[in-house]
Design a binder for this molecule. Sequence first.
Ligand code: MGD
Ligand code: MGD
Ligand code: SF4
Ligand code: MO
Length: 758
Amino acid sequence: MKLDRRTFIKGAGAGTAGCALAALPGSIAALGSVTVQGSEESIASSCEMCSTRCPISARVVNGKNVSILGNKKAKSFGGAVCARGGAGHSLLYDKQRIVKPLKRVGERGEGKWAEIEWDEAYSLIAENLNKIKVKHGAESVAFSSKSGSLEGHLFHLAKSFGSPNTFTHASTCPAGYVVAAKAIFGGKIKRDLSNSKYIINFGHNLYEGINMSETRGMMNAQMEKGAKLVVFEPRFSIVADKADEWYAIKPGTDVAVALAMCHTLIHDDLYDKDFVAKYVEGFDEFAKEVKNYTPEWAEAISDVPAEDIRRITHEYAAAAPHVLVDFGHRSSFTTEEFEMRRALYAANVLVGNIERKGGLYFGKKASNYNKFAGETVAPTLSKPGVKNLPKIEAKRIDMVDEQYSMLWSSGGIYQTILDATLDAVPYQLHGWVMSRTNPMQTMTDRARIVESMQKLDFVVACDLYITESAAYADVFLPESTYLERDEEIKDKSGKNPAYYVRQRVVDTIGDTKPSWQIWKEVADKLGQGEYFPWENMQTLQMFQVNKDVKLLDKIKRDGWVSYGKPLMLREPSMVNTFVSEYPNAITPDEDSTYASHLSFKTPSGKIELSSNKVEKMAPGRGVIKYREVTMKKADELFFIQGKVAVHTNGATQNVPILANLMSDNALWIHPITAGHMGISSGDKIRIFNDTGSEEGHALVTPGIRPDTVFAYMGCGSKNKELARATGKGIHCGNLLPHVTSPVTGMNLHTTGVKIAKI
Ligand SMILES: Nc1nc2c(c(=O)[nH]1)N[C@H]1C(S)=C(S)[C@@H](COP(=O)(O)OP(=O)(O)OC[C@H]3O[C@@H](n4cnc5c(=O)[nH]c(N)nc54)[C@H](O)[C@@H]3O)O[C@H]1N2
Ligand SMILES: Nc1nc2c(c(=O)[nH]1)N[C@H]1C(S)=C(S)[C@@H](COP(=O)(O)OP(=O)(O)OC[C@H]3O[C@@H](n4cnc5c(=O)[nH]c(N)nc54)[C@H](O)[C@@H]3O)O[C@H]1N2
Ligand code: SF4
Ligand SMILES: [Mo]
């Protein structure tokens, strides 16, 4: 298939935004004039406009602006940034960004703030947290942050303080696919999209929910290599628009189609028997289970025609092993995400695409890669370990049930903060320290979050803006933006080892600090300074590189360093290249692969299509199975969401350039559904269910199923501090019920709603 670049880039619909400028206390506007100072030479660093954290190359131009480009050395990212990445300067100099610590002076959420010095902020935090600790125990304070460098420092503070309750965005984003991968493969697995010849996509929104290297990978496969793309999506997304075939699947029924594919692979004798015999445990039980999951059965559930499921599966098997069923990223389409992800993984396992080009593979970090090479191809980094941290006896508030034992404790089940705060389940929380997270937009059931934040004794928020969630804090700590700070070296290994680093590009504006420094200084005030023995980020980086100054210089100069040749253990051409490059490399098997070295960190050491471990954790779930779920009431429509190319989650709606590109998220409604209610595009509508009620605008489009409505997430902010975003569009989190899924702990992003014309 050929796509020309212009049609390819044709983007999503966008609205416009007016920019109300308010001189909030603590904002840049309150500073008066701001000058642009920083490096005129390009600095290699990393983006933080979303958590993909692409390598960038940035510099100050003529003392007037900051140019942000992709780092050309990072080839898999295409040496480019996306629209949000290019808009970093607009965040940096946004007059509404907060650049001075604040304390609340009115009621929680009332929007009355006073500027304070950092030392006063730290004293307030130390005094209140210590008070809670003495009265209720350290465990009654929760700490939450998006994962990344920021998380590491905050959670280290939590541990030194003595609380086990640390949470990332895990249960709102990756926990589904990660827990399912742990169950089947024993750990996370990656996809080699760029080399794939046939990609089957179940709502992985890569042309809007952008991850530069994967988005580039899929573009490359489609445009350069003629890969076929089949998309199952309830709406006509940009990915659906660029696909060879699109099926408007009924929301939440992906698992049925995936299981019918597995049925077809097994019962039409299309699967890779050698691979299964060698690497798979529990195949017979799985084959028995999928016996009844015929394409006809799946059609009745999903609305995808049986003959297409059968044909697509045959095409997929014929092009194997350089093919993949994309297991997706975010979903939480239903509470049965665990079964859905496992079914998607199983459809890969059956064609034996593991460690094959265009299929799935495990990341090759330095230590592992060097073992294969028989020499040190890539340096390994050290992790600063702090000894003598206080032993924490208290149990976490989440993961209390055995079924959640595959979740990781730094991630956790975020939404259980609400149960612990409002209902003392399993015990009462009294404090919440949050950083780089905006749960009111990104968790579920906004009203319960407001209630929780009002009930707690003390709340701290560290962010760039007074977000909806930060608006309910007692103390606001302004972090420096990513363009103003240094951070640790990070591992970004794919088929070969790679590292990257973040470096400051411009001088700090106003009175902000990087979070590694903030949490270290909070620890000092709390009397826990001994657990933060490093002086600064430079000390930490030197520790990481084991004092190898040359290595640190190289990583800083290039920003992105990768080592060696790409390696997939069962790919003969790659193994041949590898062996000729490294004379001391492990001798390949007779078939010129490292197939005999492929093992899995599961109890059996094999891929577990059915698993005793899972059966023990969650009785009845050992074998992957279809389970019916009720997602909405009979008279409701499915309500689904997704990302838009010009915004990140609930984070960028106030960034001037991006707000100008789009500030409203109309509700997509099918013409038949809209017709019944006399709704036309642009009409004001109410969207409501048992959880909440929102007002918004309609976008009548045939690009959605008649039984489904869709909105881009992140709009409709409800606090006045985010002046460019407030009241614009539909707030998705206000309509989503508070639910926790079995095994994965995921919250729920698909529900039922009714709509009415206003
Ligand atoms: N309804 C609905 N809910 C969803 C989703 C959905 O599609 N629909 N998607 C889910 C997904 S995939 C995810 S990952 C989560 C994300 O949920 P969150 O983790 O809450 O992430 P973001 O909205 O990306 O960003 C959170 C905050 O980080 C702040 N921030 C940005 N840069 C910095 C920085 O350098 N320092 C500090 N301190 N703060 C910074 C932003 O201002 C923003 O307020 O949301 C989930 N929630
Ligand atoms: N521009 C941009 N890029 C981003 C982000 C962003 O906010 N903006 N966020 C980043 C983050 S944190 C993440 S996790 C990734 C997320 O990357 P993705 O998971 O790819 O992103 P979403 O847009 O949330 O994808 C959900 C898609 O599933 C569709 N969908 C809804 N219900 C169903 C269903 O039942 N079945 C099927 N098959 N499809 C369904 C939605 O219409 C939507 O297109 O993107 C990252 N990249
Ligand atoms: S995908 Fe875009 S916003 Fe996200 S890190 Fe990369 S360039 Fe930045
Ligand atoms: Mo995410």
